[in-house]
Design a protein around this ligand. Sequence first.
Ligand SMILES: O=C(O)[C@H](CS(=O)(=O)O)OP(=O)(O)O
Length: 257
Amino acid sequence: MRISTCLLPSLRSADFSADLAIVIDVLRATTVASTALGNGAGILWTCPGIDASRKLSERIAAATPTPPLLCGERQCHRIEGFDLGNSPAEYGPSVVSGRDLVLTTTNGTAAVAAVGDVRQVILGSFVNFSAIRNAMSGHENVLLVCAGTDGEITLEDVLLAGAIIEDAVTSDAATVADDSAEIARATWRQQFSAPVRSLAANDLAGGLRLGRGGRNLVNRGYAGDVLRCALIDNCQVVPTRIRFDAETNGTAFADAR
Ligand SMILES: O=C(O)[C@H](CS(=O)(=O)O)OP(=O)(O)O
């Protein structure tokens, strides 16, 4: 297996032709998506625009007996008129089980839209770490796509990319990481010397809080979410792209274990 990393969606190399892309937005979009599907949500749509999300939600509502939940944030806070924000704590089984969701966030949903051409796309986070590691097997060229924050590289996404690469390289000597992947791996190893699965959530959360995304959330009152996003292997889902809606730029994900 060859692994490459783009530290931001805009830094994607044209030379690496991936057969699997793993989109990473640890704080918090891909953690929310994994949590929601892990708690029984049906289909989760990611959609970059607010108006497009409303439109997509109305269209789904017209075609299904139960309307989807409209979810997402701007500047970390729930969007006015939306059902849910972007905190994993909001996506418990009693709220999301059996419901479809339309999620729009500042960075994560745009990162999904940026890899529309890759044959298979899944969403990665620490809460579904082992599930996505298993999903990588059998793929030849895996691209890890860090969402970043507002066009800037963020530490928490690079840490997860590095943890994935470290785990892949140490478990299979035939895995080849390119320079970008080695940068992510070095970042992980500099921060944590223990294998990812042996880390306590508190220790991992300490690392996540060091970066811009973590600091943003703490400053805006979401410190508890950083810890929730550090619950390694809290669920076993593989949010996998199943459909694309060109009109709204929406991408549908379902658990495909
Ligand atoms: O609310 C979040 O977690 C962030 C907001 S911010 O722009 O990074 O402050 O959105 P996300 O798209 O989940 O990174």
